[in-house]
Design a protein around this ligand. Structure first.
Ligand SMILES: O=P(O)(O)OC[C@H]1O[C@H](OP(=O)(O)OP(=O)(O)O)[C@H](O)[C@@H]1O
Ligand SMILES: NC(=O)CC[C@H](N)C(=O)O
Ligand code: SF4
Ligand SMILES: [Mg+2]
Length: 454
């Protein structure tokens, strides 16, 4: 998952974009970048690492002048985690200087790249996003037309912010896999992956960018908004509510926090025969699920872990070595809370199993008597090709083991997964049909086939 943001018509565009990126840091920790433009020449500044390490006062004041900016935090899901693939990608072409920041994965990238290479195109990045810039550079027409034409050629998941001179453009693929919202601060529009980033920088969330929509904004005015490709079926990623998004962001007319509380309530219904002394969340994502569980079951909520806030998230780290290290450093049980207790331990998901095995071991070392482990989604049995890094089924613990085998491996008293029906109910607003979600990593039924999908 990556985080993207764009701010236009604002003399503080750089600072607001930076604040937005800090708010979206949970979506990608590997690299970050900002492109800024306005009266002066377009410039991009990007580097590997966390936003706070890359952007300081000196970078901002000396290098980032302008009134329109886009920013990106990267979680690698195509090619390598390296500086050449850090975004935004800024190019110079027949249409002038253009910069783009992308969240998602373009599933027909290999095919398009091959065609472009045959035509003599030269690539300077290795990830999927660059093909869009080639398609734009080779198209003719107005800015909106060339973007629409180019996007129609892409398949898969792409929420985008694009910058050209003083124009900010937002676009979303027609399945609506990844979120993208429109907001406003004073006379400036904001486009962001999540509504939390709009609100943290002082703006107001207006609406979601629709699946298949392009929106063109300049000088504080929406110049055009069009549906470039009709939605056949909206399939927004349900894992956004489960794991990726911030609890204070709005999705499907409710906050992610509300969805997670409901997941906890449904889990409590599913597990009504299990009694325990306390309910403990695995920070951070398990927090609101455990709260919902506790309210619905009447079992006392307790904080059983101290979380180290300086090591980031474990699942999104780019190598198993880093994931192991983060999982080891991230959480420490509080002995006096768990010692001698029968607990319900709540996390959002088991993906590779890196976190859960460690947690259960350290809880036992701290004297926990019995552990009922509960997850706020079904077993993850299939890879994601739309912007989450679970490329090999052999790395997914639930792809190769039954629930009973995982229970034995984790050595827990019971293992409980939220049912798919209950997950969909928790994430839906009351007036939406169920098929607005992609649930392929739980079912293997992919809304868009790729060469690798089952
Ligand atoms: O089975 P695994 O491969 O270990 O992945 C799943 C775990 O990783 C995540 O936590 P993470 O540390 O990434 O983020 P969080 O602190 O926001 O919950 C998630 O909440 C699970 O705890
Ligand atoms: N997870 C993402 O959204 C990443 C965007 C893009 N596919 C990249 O790898 O850079
Ligand atoms: S496969 Fe899973 S993680 Fe990927 S888009 Fe679909 S629901 Fe989200
Ligand atoms: Mg977690």
């Amino acid at each position: 998952m990556c985080g993207i943001i764009g701010v236009e018509n604002n003399k503080n565009a750089a600072v607001l974009t930076l604040a937005g990126l800090l708010t979206l840091q949970h979506r990608g920790e590997e690299s970050a970048g900002i492109t800024i433009s306005g009266r002066e020449k377009m410039r991009t500044f990007k580097a590997m690492g966390l936003v706070s390490r890359i952007f300081n006062e000196e970078t901002l004041l000396n290098k980032l002048h302008g009134t329109v900016a886009i920013g990106h935090v990267r979680y690698t899901t195509s090619s390598k985690s390296s500086l050449i693939n850090a975004q935004p990608f800024q190019i110079s072409c027949i249409h002038g200087n253009i910069s783009v920041a992308h969240n998602g994965n373009i599933t027909n990238f290999p095919k398009i790249k091959e065609l472009l290479l045959e035509k003599g195109a030269i690539f300077s990045h290795t990830s999927d996003t660059e093909i869009l810039l080639h398609l734009i550079a080779m198209s003719k027409g107005s800015l909106t037309d060339i973007i629409a034409k180019s996007l129609r050629k892409l398949e898969g998941a792409f929420s985008l912010v694009i910058l050209k001179d003083r124009t900010l453009i937002g676009a979303r693929d027609s399945n609506g896999f990844r979120p993208l919202v429109l907001g406003k601060i004073d006379n400036s529009y904001i486009i962001s992956s999540e509504s939390a980033a709009v609100e943290v920088i002082g703006g107001k969330y207006i609406r979601d960018i629709k699946p298949g929509e392009i929106i063109v904004i300049e000088d504080g005015q929406i110049k055009r908004s069009l549906i470039y490709k009709k939605v056949r079926r909206q399939t927004s990623c349900i894992f956004e509510q489960v794991y990726f998004s911030r609890p204070d962001s709005v999705m499907f007319e409710q906050t992610v926090k509300e969805a997670r509380v409901k997941m906890g309530e449904y889990l409590a219904q599913q597990m009504k025969n299990i009694k325990a002394d306390i309910v403990i969340p695995v920070p951070d994502t398990g927090y609101f699920v455990a709260l919902g569980f506790s309210r619905a079951s009447g079992i006392l909520f307790e904080n059983g872990f101290i979380r180290n806030h300086y090591v980031g998230r474990s699942f999104i780290k780019p190598s198993q070595k880093l994931r192991n290290l983060t999982a080891t450093l991230k959480l420490r049980p509080i002995g006096e809370v768990v010692n001698g207790k029968e607990i319900i331990l709540i996390d959002d998901s088991i993906v590779r199993g890196t976190t859960s095995k460690r947690l259960i071991n350290i809880l036992k070392e701290a004297g926990t008597k019995k552990i009922h482990f509960a997850l706020s989604c079904p077993p993850i049995t299939d890879s994601c090709y739309y912007g989450i890094d679970t490329p090999n089924r052999e790395h997914l613990i639930a792809a190769n083991n039954s629930v009973e085998e995982i229970k034995k491996y984790l050595n827990v008293t019971s293992l409980n997964f939220l049912s798919l029906d209950n997950l969909v109910k928790a994430c839906s607003s009351s007036n939406k049909k169920n098929d607005v979600f992609c649930v392929a990593c739980f079912t293997g039924k992919y809304p868009i086939k790729t060469s690798k999908s089952r």
